[in-house]
Design a protein around this ligand. Structure first.
Ligand code: NAI
Ligand code: OAA
Length: 309
């Protein structure tokens, strides 16, 4: 198993590190456009092999796609991150060109790869990759909902003062400050609805904190987050590599599901060796359906920007 991570910045390097520690591949290739960056980070990371107990080889590459040849999974994190006060959507002007160019190069050397898109605005970048590459839809997966759900469970655990590992909950819809939908109604504490433990007001606060989770970190750090994003990508990669058939909300191409067509948006999917294998249809309330439709409208507006570029 060979896995390529494009972009050796904060998210890409953390993702490669998590993949190596979990021994998900024989080789991880880290590629970046910046001279020496990926070689340096790959070597530094490989020097943790005897310390962290893995033997995955980590190779760096300055824009040499030959080294990525035959990758089975490719993660695209290349592009600029937002700064405090910005939205993810404002990154489209620069990141669309980067994602398009990278995805085309990847396809030349790894035509059978499952491609995971991380670069923001993620839902629109996933749509762009799907349209440009012409690959089967199940091999293009946008990562956002896993991270947002992890944040949702963290905020829930802080509000309830319980272990996040006993909490279940999902965030669907777009990966944007105003487009994500934390499904508070369906969240549980080991199967018991969290509404038994938190007031509606507290639950709404948890949902609001989750939605601006990325913006909160960007304000604190000065650039966007990487620990949870890198771990979230590795968890998605693990379900593919180990064919675990786990359910995660991911941005995938919808063709009528959830009442939407010709859009990539976050819905629960089964993740296995084939990529996203099946969309799980949730029984949403009328209010949740309306919020999902609104989220889709906002993402579609961003997608339409692509044709003006
Ligand atoms: N979907 C999600 O849940 C998340 C998405 N993101 C997004 O991921 C992206 C990366 O974030 P960071 O790693 O923090 O940024 P970063 O600036 O630390 O790293 C980005 C890297 O991409 C490289 N790069 C730029 N153009 C390239 C090209 N054409 N080919 C190869 N490499 C290229 C840069 O040299 C840089 O090293 C951003 O767009 C950010 O918004 C970040 C966190 C979560
Ligand atoms: O907030 C950002 O811009 C980066 C990101 O997508 C996240 O951390 O959720």
């Amino acid at each position: 198993m060979k896995i390529t991570v494009v972009g050796a910045g904060a998210v890409g390097a953390t993702c490669a590190d998590n993949i190596a520690r979990r021994q998900l591949a024989q080789e991880v290739v880290l590629l970046d456009i910046k001279e020496g960056l990926s070689e340096g980070k790959a070597l530094d990371m490989f020097q943790t092999a005897t310390l962290n107990g893995f033997d995955t080889k980590i190779t760096g590459s300055t824009n040499d796609y030959e080294k990525t040849k035959g990758s089975e999974v490719v993660v695209i994190t290349s592009g600029i991150p937002r700064k405090p006060g910005m939205t993810r959507e404002e990154l489209i002007g620069i990141n669309a060109g980067i994602v398009k160019g990278v995805a085309e190069n990847i396809l030349k050397y790894s035509p059978k790869a499952i491609i995971i898109i991380v670069s923001n605005p993620m839902d629109t970048m996933t749509y762009l990759a799907f349209k440009e590459l012409g690959l089967p839809k199940k091999r293009i997966i946008g990562m956002g909902g896993i991270l947002d759900s992890a944040r949702f469970k963290t905020y829930l655990s802080m509000a309830m003062n319980v272990s996040p590992n006993d909490l279940h909950g999902m965030v669907i819809g777009g990966h944007g400050d105003t487009t994500m939908i934390p499904l508070t109604r369906l969240a549980t504490y080991n199967g018991i609805p969290v509404s038994r433990f938190l007031s509606e007001e507290k639950l709404q606060q948890v949902a609001a904190d989750t939605m601006v989770g990325g913006a909160t970190l960007t304000k604190l750090i000065g650039t966007s987050a990487w620990y949870a994003p890198g771990a979230a990508v590795a968890t998605l990669v693990e379900s593919i590599v180990r064919d675990q058939k786990r359910i995660f909300p991911c941005s995938v191409y919808l063709n009528g599901e959830y009442g939407q067509k010709d859009i990539c948006l976050g819905v629960p999917v089964v993740i296995g060796a084939g990529g996203w294998e099946k969309i799980i249809s949730l029984r949403l309330s009328e209010a949740e359906k309306a919020t999902f439709a609104k989220s889709a409208d906002a993402v579609r507006t961003m997608n339409n920007v692509l044709s003006t570029m």
